[in-house]
Design a binder for this molecule. Structure first.
Ligand code: NDP
Ligand code: GDR
Length: 371
């Protein structure tokens, strides 16, 4: 019998890659989608089409992590072997604006799913993966961060995820459930949400190169993140649920990079050399040379500036993960390097920008959404 998976957050970045992986492994995949006034299934439409053509099964259900009765009914109907709880209000900065909603969706939402499994008597059948995060480490206590490093969350998002982490551990211990946390460090891809810093950067690089945007406005350029590729990280999620014993794992590359350096790498990928000058809110990035003759960017053009609107009330300055446990026990390791990731993201955004330019040349009025 093929296994049945239920993915919350299937319309998000990780949901897309995970659905693709599980369908390829022969799973029947059910996903939770939210009702919205505009289409929100853009990331998985292609996968759903391919699944239909090849006779594989991908089923979407309306629902929300803030709605217990909906979740109980869905888990009852689906009878999943595995639940991947990826749904969350996942933007750290936005969580300062919506702290109560974030606690409800990201914290109590996890409890609602665990309770659905328990209420329905599925504790022996259904395994559950909780999307925990390196944001739990927050204010640096020690580096690199591993499964034993103390947590010190620094945002309403991270505090909500702290509840999700511990309630998952508690249900494992109290009810002998196969419930695990993957403590995943930042992972990105060409389908990363446009307001996370990597995608914001690669999209701006493409638009600036094609003359569609003047400048990239960023907040803290000195923050350091351990960035991997989402495709590699969903493979870890799958492996975490296939073990004999339920445990928690850190998933990371083990390398950390400043936001400023990511900017430099992304521009370089488009053939544009950028350097930085100035300090704090007065820092800026300018073009040193432009090796691509199609882009009109004279030396000295300012392409990056700091906008304090993007500073966070409390920041996480340094993340670098130690994933020795996952590498040893799960046989997991990342395939894509940071350079691979940057290349893939910039290539995707250059193509998108070029399409806009072409459409405008044909007389179409294409507007661009901006952060
Ligand atoms: P995204 O923001 O791309 O996707 C989030 C998903 O959750 C979307 O499908 C969204 O739906 C859905 N969602 C949001 N709120 C609700 C709700 N109340 N009820 C139901 N669904 C909801 O996140 P990622 O794919 O990047 O991340 C997946 C998970 O992993 C998240 O929980 C995130 O916090 C966590 N995480 C992510 C890391 C990363 O670097 N990407 C690192 C560590 C953890 P919609 O499309 O309608 O908005
Ligand atoms: P993060 O990712 O907060 O680590 O959470 P994000 O890409 O938003 O920020 C990374 C770092 O870049 C700095 N930064 C900016 N960030 C954004 N979004 N926009 C800016 O303009 C900007 N300028 C500088 C930030 O201050 C921060 O230090 C992500 C999410 O996917 C979470 O859901 C997940 O849990 C963690 O990664 C691991």
């Amino acid at each position: 019998m093929n296994k049945v998976a239920f993915i919350t957050g299937i319309t998000g970045q990780d949901g897309m890659y995970l659905a693709e992986l599980l369908l390829a492994k022969g799973y029947t995949v059910h996903g939770l989608r939210r009702r919205s006034s505009l289409a929100n299934t853009g990331r998985i439409d292609r996968i759903a089409d391919e699944a239909n053509k090849t006779g594989r099964k991908l089923v979407l259900h309306y629902g929300d992590l803030t709605d217990s009765t909906n979740l109980v009914r869905l888990v009852q109907d689906i009878q999943p072997d595995e639940i991947y709880n990826l749904a969350a209000m996942s933007h750290v900065h936005v969580s300062f604006d919506s702290p109560e909603y974030t606690a409800n969706a990201d914290g109590i939402g996890t409890l609602r799913l665990l309770e659905a499994i328990r209420i329905l008597g599925l504790t022996e059948k259904t395994r559950i993966y909780q999307a925990s995060t390196s944001e739990l480490y927050g204010l640096v206590q020690a580096v690199p961060q591993s499964e034993t490093t103390p947590f010190y969350p620094r945002s309403p998002y991270a505090v909500a995820k702290l509840y999700g982490y511990w309630i998952t551990v508690n249900y494992r211990e109290a009810y002998n459930m196969y419930a695990c946390n993957g403590i995943l460090f930042n992972h990105e891809s060409p389908v990363r949400g446009e307001t996370f810093v990597t995608r914001k950067i690669t999209r701006a690089v493409a638009r600036i190169a094609y003359g569609l945007q003047d400048v990239l406005a960023l907040g803290n350029l000195s923050a350091k993140r351990d960035w991997g590729h989402a495709r590699d990280y969903v493979d870890a999620m799958y492996r975490i649920l296939q073990q004999d014993v339920a445990e928690d794992y850190v998933i990371a590359t083990g390398e950390t990079t400043e936001v400023r350096e990511f900017v430099r790498l992304a521009f370089a990928e488009a053939g544009i050399e950028v350097a930085f000058d100035g300090q704090g809110a007065e820092e800026y990035g300018y073009v040193v040379s432009c090796g691509n003759p199609s882009f009109q960017l004279p030396e000295g053009t300012v392409v990056v500036k700091v906008d304090p609107r993007f500073y966070r009330p409390s920041e996480v300055e340094l993340l670098i993960g130690d994933s020795t446990k996952a590498r040893t026990k799960l046989g997991w390791q990342p395939v894509s390097s940071l350079q691979d990731l940057v290349s893939e993201m910039v290539a995707g955004d250059l193509e998108e920008a070029r399409r806009v330019v072409d459409l405008r040349k044909l007389g179409y009025d294409v507007s661009l959404d901006m952060e």
